[in-house]
Design a protein around this ligand. Structure first.
Ligand SMILES: Cc1cc2nc3c(=O)[nH]c(=O)nc-3n(C[C@H](O)[C@H](O)[C@H](O)COP(=O)(O)OP(=O)(O)OC[C@H]3O[C@@H](n4cnc5c(N)ncnc54)[C@H](O)[C@@H]3O)c2cc1C
Length: 400
């Protein structure tokens, strides 16, 4: 894990630095920081699925998150634009809207930040690959078998019961229980009939204003690890259209803190320009040739902007790869290339999908789309919940 200051000191330091930057905003900064501290009590209920919780579980959860109502009262009815408006300093306004899209609820920003300041969230050394490999090792050590590059064509259903899967190769694999962990937009319509789709989910797909998704136009570069920029730096740039929208701010993230990512003396620098449902449709509308040409054009344009901001990188940016929402769709069957689930906006109720279907027995759903806003913790917890549902059916203890 990477950590520079003990987490309880990071918020104090941030408060001091922000006040020094904008003394006029002192009261608002103190309120913000205080509510981030309150939001540190917010954790994802991971013990068991909500529908298996007893009253005593709800009381326990309420007690452990006792400070969260204060956060919701102060920041639950505004979005990040509204939060930015509370500050005088133009820089602090940017700070509030640079991390998440400005139409997302303000409280989700506080909760994300609090996850890091509380120490409940962190950056694993070795990144996703090392973490995935640890999961695989554990799974295999418990007798699990893993088949990769083995796409599933459909889930076999007989008389309202899941019976197994059919692979793209035509091979059928029969099973007592089937747990799907693919993107739900692919599950309903491709692996099982769309008519099984829960109505909450339909709502998400038909209203992208209320339930937006986020993907990215991303580029990764090899650089020398002497680059002076630390962590993530957002900066203003000449306007540029990426997807269907204008951007005048971009960011670079320097991964030099993780020595496992690059050979000695080198580091990975990445930029990620957020892409929406609207942008996805733009990329999708391009022919193969236009898509390639557009990518090349943007690689040049974005690289120029990075070099203009950091002249020390001139001649020291070797492009490793560039990818778009279509890449996530192609590799992962991800809805609109999204790498998080539906976001919660002010007008929308948070979507929660039960991990099983009334009309299909012996079948369970896992993956980030089970609960907004998605992400790795939700994906991991949903897998545990699927197992607990099977244990409950088998009248075994669900304490795992
Ligand atoms: C750049 C980036 C940064 C991120 N940062 C964070 C972060 O800091 N914190 C965080 O919590 N989350 C982060 N995420 C999001 C996180 O990666 C996702 O939320 C998570 O991977 C979702 O897990 P999942 O299992 O639901 O879906 P996926 O990871 O998409 O897994 C679904 C799998 O199903 C496979 N599949 C699809 N169709 C089939 C088929 N027909 N047959 C067999 N297999 C199939 C896909 O190939 C894929 O491997 C980030 C994502 C990205 C892209």
């Amino acid at each position: 894990m990477v950590r520079r200051l003990p987490y309880w000191k990071e918020l104090d330091r941030t408060e001091r630095e922000l006040i020094a930057l904008s003394p006029d905003d002192e009261a608002e900064i103190k309120k913000f920081i205080q509510h981030v501290r309150y939001a540190e009590s917010c954790t994802i209920p991971a013990e068991k699925p909500m529908d298996m919780m007893k009253i005593s579980d709800y009381i326990k959860m309420g007690k452990s998150m006792a400070d969260m109502p204060k956060v919701m009262k102060e920041y639950g009815k505004i979005d990040l634009n509204g939060l930015a408006e509370r500050f005088h300093s133009p820089l602090l306004k940017k700070l509030m809207t640079d991390y998440l899209p400005a139409n997302y609820t303000a409280y989700s920003f506080l909760v994300s930040y609090a996850t890091m300041t509380s120490g409940n969230g962190n950056i694993p050394i070795g990144g996703s690959l090392a973490m995935t490999n640890r999961i695989i090792e554990k799974y295999k050590s418990m007798g699990g078998e893993l088949y990769i590059d083995t796409p599933v064509k459909r889930i076999l259903v007989e008389n309202g019961t899941a019976k197994g899967i059919e692979l793209e190769s035509g091979k059928k694999v029969m099973a007592d229980e089937v747990i799907s962990a693919v993107d739900l937009s692919f599950l309903f319509g491709e692996l099982i009939d769309k008519s099984y789709m829960p109505k909450e989910l339909k709502k998400g797909y038909t209203s992208s204003n209320e339930y937006p998704t986020t993907s990215g136009f991303q580029m990764a570069f090899k650089i020398d690890d002497t680059f002076s920029g630390e962590d993530t730096i957002c900066f203003g740039c000449d306007p540029i259209i990426i997807g269907n929208r204008h951007f005048d701010r971009i960011f670079v993230r320097n991964y030099s803190y993780d020595k496992t990512f690059a050979p000695e003396g080198k580091a990975v620098l990445q930029t990620n320009i957020p892409q929406t449902d609207e942008d996805f449709h733009y990329w999708k509308s391009l022919s193969k040739d236009d898509y390639r040409t557009k990518k090349q054009e943007l690689i040049k344009e974005v690289t120029n902007r990075i070099v203009r901001k950091f002249p020390e990188l001139e001649g020291n940016l070797e492009l490793l790869d560039c990818w778009t929402p279509l890449t996530y769709e192609r590799y992962c069957n991800a809805y609109h290339g999204a790498y998080m689930a539906f976001a919660t906006t002010l007008n929308a109720k948070q979507l929660k999908i039960k991990g099983e279907l009334k009309s299909l027995k012996n079948f369970y759903m896992a993956g980030q789309w089970i609960m907004s806003p998605g992400g790795l913790p939700i994906a991991a917890i949903s897998g545990k919940f699927a197992i607990q549902r099977i244990l409950k059916k088998e009248k075994k203890s669900i304490d795992i």
